[in-house]
Design a protein around this ligand. Structure first.
Ligand code: FUB
Ligand code: ZN
Length: 825
């Protein structure tokens, strides 16, 4: 951390007591619906959001609607099918509805509004009289598993409270968009029920004793804060506070993996936490909620912990893309400096949460350093979560791939949806909010944070100031402003000078630093006159009597920069990453092939970089960077083309990609070897039965199917055995550390055959000579989706001597597999 930043943090601490006085963030954002975008970066994405992502996502969440419908039918005694088992599918629907409501806040769309009204009616019918709303328990579905046997009996994993948090956020957004109260009332009824059950005691739950346990998956805390703000009812803020204060106090799991005390941040009372641990989304939602409660309640005792945790993240646990939660097994934070590239997890939701958390920290401390982290996370990891067309998503966001690894829950590219669809639904609600991150103010200060061509009105104490901003940010750093106060008016204009625009680093924290020695100088002028000003808390501040038509020009040069990483991160030793402005760049095979991009290395750093705007195709309008690079087995220097990380994987899935480029040939050679080594060291492979025309070896022949009815590649099937359970058994040559199993089912329904995806399946693993349950990761499924790999990860990586796939066919059908991949550490 640079000295500057530490001192600004200390300064911020001094300014905090102001919050206690009025219990709101010291900075008030201009909310997204009050900012009119004219820009070429966000505006098209928001259009795609409204026209593709939200309608598409509403369609994809139809099963969640159906489950709520069945629940309503059950409650009204109408009979019908029971809901299918899922702990939190309704949360995905609520998040998509939240995104839809934000769209309704910016433009009228009677059809969308009606669609939402219909879903809200269904939600209303699925709520019990007492306010409880959790489909599976209301309908008493058999085998509730991790939901616990009865309501609130397994709060650490049931997601009952997580679902409701997302419902409140959706309800509030819809209320703000339409003024209609129905959904908000459903939310309030639920919140009051939760208060009774958790803090007072309700005879119908937990034998009448208050449950007094914090949500296993945080979210409710921050949602209760929003409910408090919109309704003004202090009960909700008190509840949020109580949930924070009992965390790690009234209940602490004592197992390992998803039952470890750290997994859901229950290892210590929240004020005593100092490091980011456990499941990343849970953690960062918690920190976001803590910031809200601290501010709204005026109790700043949470902020000490937040600052320490923030440093722990940016100094040791954040990828250069702003990605958090590098470790697969727990979808979470690993030890300090464990930041792999190829095998990182970096769930899209965690990056989105990183934006939410850092934006709150910025509003609290008015320090641009926090905003800089939010910006990097937004432009890089978060945006990479969705394709440019708006209908395919990354759950997992690696910083390198060989094009073959099925890292994204069974795919080597983005997926149209997931059984666990938290990430697409988070994208659906994040995007429409982005213009709300552009301007903030106090009575006498205007803050410009995320630059974008836009206009807005800022209400200061002495009158409203109209601002017109012209820029091509983030592709160009020239920002031109025209200010029109109602009358000549004195105020301070704060312009963010991002960390990336300085000489030493791309993003706050100790992990990454520029290594190219460039010292670009930003400039600032008012009405054509250069202004020299100091930077305070990351902002250039101009205070003067502003009059209508005053022009401000900020020029943030955007040279191509080379970044090194602290030596403690093993994966980045002797490697460089290229950035430009707030964007991280990566090399993709499609621009540099036919060889994998792992062949390139940067033994010399050339200043001769070029930037040119791509003129056609899906990446049209995006600046491509070209640098000089060496290539294995090539005697002369080559050029390497790079595109922004957020735009990768828009031109085909099976392409290699790399962010951290090796600095020498040996390292390039080694990464190539690691990436391309076959992961199949399977040993002996047998099946309970194989049809004469098929072969069990097809499972591991490396031929990736084009679809589940791909009849052009070898397969294994149990034909003609119909309805008979089957087993596939691997006996490894030596014990392997298995980190996932992926199955691509064969299904010949389209051609009238008798093989179908199974009714169900499971895995066992062999440890010390005996077959034991695989103990799958808590939010993974034994999927039976067609046309994709179905990936199931273990709760934690365990060395085993073999694996058994146990398959139960559908009635009167055989089963088949086209390809099976076992990923090892
Ligand atoms: O548990 C709900 C969501 O599913 C989490 O936030 C994600 O990490 C995924 O596990
Ligand atoms: Zn997610």
């Amino acid at each position: 951390m640079s000295r500057n930043f530490i001192s600004t943090i200390l300064l911020s601490i001094v300014t905090i007591p102001a919050i206690a006085a009025n219990n709101s963030y010291p900075l008030t954002p201009i909310t997204f619906e009050k900012v009119q975008l004219q820009d070429a970066f966000w505006l098209p994405r928001l259009q795609t959001q409204a026209e593709v992502t939200v309608p598409f996502s509403l369609e994809k969440t139809e099963p969640a609607i159906e489950n709520l419908r069945r629940c309503g039918n059950f409650l009204k005694g109408r009979g019908g099918e029971l809901p299918f088992t899922h702990r939190f599918i309704s949360s995905d629907l609520y998040k998509v509805m939240e995104g839809a409501a934000y769209i309704l806040q910016t433009r009228r769309d009677p059809e969308l509004e009606q669609q939402l009204d219909e879903i809200i009616d269904i939600i209303g019918e699925a709520q019990q009289e007492d306010g409880y709303l959790y489909v599976s328990h209301i309908c008493k579905i058999p085998n509730p598993g991790e939901m616990g046997k009865t309501p609130y009996s397994f709060v650490v994993h049931s997601h009952e409270l997580y679902n409701m948090g997302h419902m409140y956020e959706g309800a509030i957004a819809y209320y703000r968009a339409t003024g209609k109260e129905k959904w908000l009332k459903i939310a309030e009824k639920n919140a009051q029920h939760i208060n009774r059950v958790f803090f007072e005691g309700d005879p119908n739950y937990n034998n009448g004793k208050p449950v007094m346990q914090a949500p296993g998956h945080q979210e409710l805390e921050l949602a209760l804060c929003k409910l408090y703000v919109v309704t003004g009812k202090s009960l909700y803020l008190e509840m949020a506070r109580k949930f924070l204060d009992i965390r790690g106090v009234t209940y602490r799991p004592s197992g390992s993996g998803t039952m470890s005390p750290e997994y859901a941040q229950q290892h210590k009372p929240v004020r005593e936490q100092e490091r980011a641990v456990g499941h990343a989304v849970r953690a960062v939602y918690l920190y976001t909620g803590m910031a809200d409660v601290a501010v709204l309640s005026g109790d700043l005792s949470y902020t000490n912990a937040l600052q320490k945790i923030w440093h722990n993240i940016v100094d040791t646990k954040m990828h250069i893309t702003g990605g958090l939660g590098a470790v697969h097994g727990i979808e979470g934070f690993g030890p300090e400096y464990e930041l792999p590239n190829l095998k990182t997890y970096d769930e899209t939701c965690a990056a989105v949460a990183n934006v939410f958390f850092n934006y709150r920290m910025f509003l609290l401390y008015q320090d641009a350093g926090y905003f800089d982290v939010a910006e990097v996370s937004l432009f890089n990891n978060s945006l990479a979560g969705v394709n440019l067309a708006g209908n395919k998503f990354f759950y997992v966001n690696p910083l390198e791939t060989d094009g073959k690894r099925k890292f994204n829950h069974g795919r080597s590219g983005r997926s149209p949806w997931f059984d666990c669809a938290c990430c697409p639904s988070n994208i659906a609600r994040l995007m429409p909010q982005v213009s709300g991150y552009m301007y903030a103010h106090t009575d006498n200060d205007i803050y410009l944070t995320l630059y974008a061509a836009s206009t807005t009105d800022i209400p200061l104490a002495d009158g409203t100031v109209k601002i017109r901003q012209q820029t091509e940010y983030p592709f160009d750093g020239k920002i031109a402003l025209t200010l029109t106060p109602q009358k000549t008016q004195t105020f301070k204009l704060h312009l963010r000078i991002p960390t990336w625009a300085g000489a030493d680093r791309f993003v706050p924290g100790d992990l990454y630093h520029y290594i190219d020695g460039q010292k670009p100088k930003w400039t600032l002028s008012v009405n054509g006159q250069t202004v020299t000003t100091t930077v305070t808390k990351g902002f250039a501040v101009i205070e003067r009597a502003w009059k209508a038509g005053d022009r401000v020009q900020l020029d943030l040069p955007m040279p191509v920069r080379y970044n090194g990483c602290t030596e403690q991160v093993e994966a980045n030793r002797n490697r460089l990453a290229v950035t430009r402005g707030p964007l991280v760049y990566c090399a993709e095979e499609i621009d540099n092939g036919p060889s994998p991009v792992q062949e390139f290395y940067l033994d010399k750093i050339s200043r001769q970089t070029t930037v040119h705007t791509i003129s056609e195709g899906i990446l049209q309008g995006i600046p491509q960077v070209t640098i000089a690079a060496s290539q294995i087995n090539q005697p002369v220097t080559q050029t390497l083309k790079l595109v922004p990380y957020y735009a990768w994987n828009n031109r085909g899935d099976d392409q290699s990609m790399i962010v951290w480029l090796p600095r020498n040939a040996q390292l390039a050679q080694e990464s190539l070897a690691t990436n391309l080594t076959a992961i199949n060291q399977y040993g002996r492979l047998t099946a309970s039965h194989t049809w004469d025309n098929d072969t069990v070896k097809a499972l591991i022949d490396g031929q990736i199917p084009r679809s589940s009815v791909d009849n052009d590649i070898p397969r294994w099937t149990s034909w003609p055995q119909r309805s008979t359970p089957q087993q596939i058994t691997f006996e490894f040559n030596q014990p392997l550390e298995v980190s996932s199993v992926m199955v691509y089912w064969y299904d010949d329904e389209p051609v009238g055959g008798g093989v179908r995806v199974p009714a169900e399946w499971s895995i066992q693993r062999k440890i010390n000579g005996s077959w034991q349950p695989y103990d799958k990761y808590i939010t993974d499924f034994y999927g039976t989706s067609k046309d994709t790999f179905n990936m199931v990860r273990p709760q934690k990586v365990i060395t085993c001597e073999g694996l058994k796939i146990i398959i139960k066919p559908q009635s009167n059908m055989a089963v088949g597999i086209l390809e099976l991949q076992i990923e090892t550490q």
